[in-house]
Design a protein around this ligand. Structure first.
Ligand code: CA
Length: 226
């Protein structure tokens, strides 16, 4: 393998934002008479808001939400999420990024998030690690994870082949998208799901945390490119 680029998912990989997302999803669905447990929210992580709402609506109510209702529910979910303080960087994330940069590897963001201030936030916590050109966000994709589209787009933006990149993902559907794009997939289990939820989607290797990946990066990457 000729490693040239590392693709980073954002929520649950670089920022510890998933507990806030899971709680906001749980609360908003309750407001609308549906039941989405916090753990199930982690299983849907990476899906578009509309995708998650419709899966739960079909199951709990027997019909899909209208576009207007989806917009309303998603706006309320975002409002609840934004009541929280800004999510902290994931422990170990900066450590890992510094090693990746020192190795001369490209860093690419691949996220379903559509926050306008994303790059400012990334630059604040991880200075000189990311550029606007090497980001795939909600504004770039049509389908989103678990479709391979975001990762295929990342390959294109970075100008690398699937065997020249690795993906770092924390969510089962993110792993599915990366595996479908043909990219070596590193799972970090930063949430409450069992390891099997990530391994069953085809993750090539699993670390229990971002700090564990940072600690073992040298050995891992030397094994990978040997
Ligand atoms: Ca994630």
């Amino acid at each position: 393998m000729k490693l040239k680029a590392v693709f980073f998912d954002m929520d649950g990989v670089l920022f510890n934002s998933m507990p806030y997302h899971a709680e906001a999803w749980h609360q908003v669905m309750k407001q609308y008479g549906m039941n989405l447990s916090r753990e199930e929210a982690y299983m849907h992580e990476g899906r578009t808001g509309a995708g998650t709402i419709n899966i739960v609506s079909l199951r709990d109510r027997g019909y899909e939400a209208t576009p207007a209702e989806i917009e309303e529910i998603y706006a309320e979910k975002s409002r609840l999420f934004n009541l929280n303080p800004p999510a902290e960087p994931m422990p170990g994330a900066l450590d890992l990024l510094q090693q990746v940069k020192a190795d001369g590897l490209m860093r690419v963001i691949v996220t379903g998030s559509g926050q306008r201030s994303l790059l400012d936030r990334l630059n604040h916590h991880f200075p000189d690690m990311f550029t606007r050109e090497l980001m795939v966000t909600a504004f770039d994709v049509k389908l989103g994870k678990p479709n391979p589209e975001p990762y295929l787009m990342a390959l294109q933006k970075a100008g690398v082949a699937p065997d020249e990149a690795i993906v770092i993902e924390n969510a089962p559907l993110g792993v599915r998208a990366s595996v479908a794009a043909g990219i070596f997939t590193v799972a970090v289990n930063t949430g409450p799901l069992p390891e099997s939820a990530l391994l069953d989607e085809g993750a090539n290797i699993l670390f229990p945390s971002m700090q564990a990946l940072a600690d073992e990066w040298r050995m891992f990457v030397d094994t990978l490119i040997r």
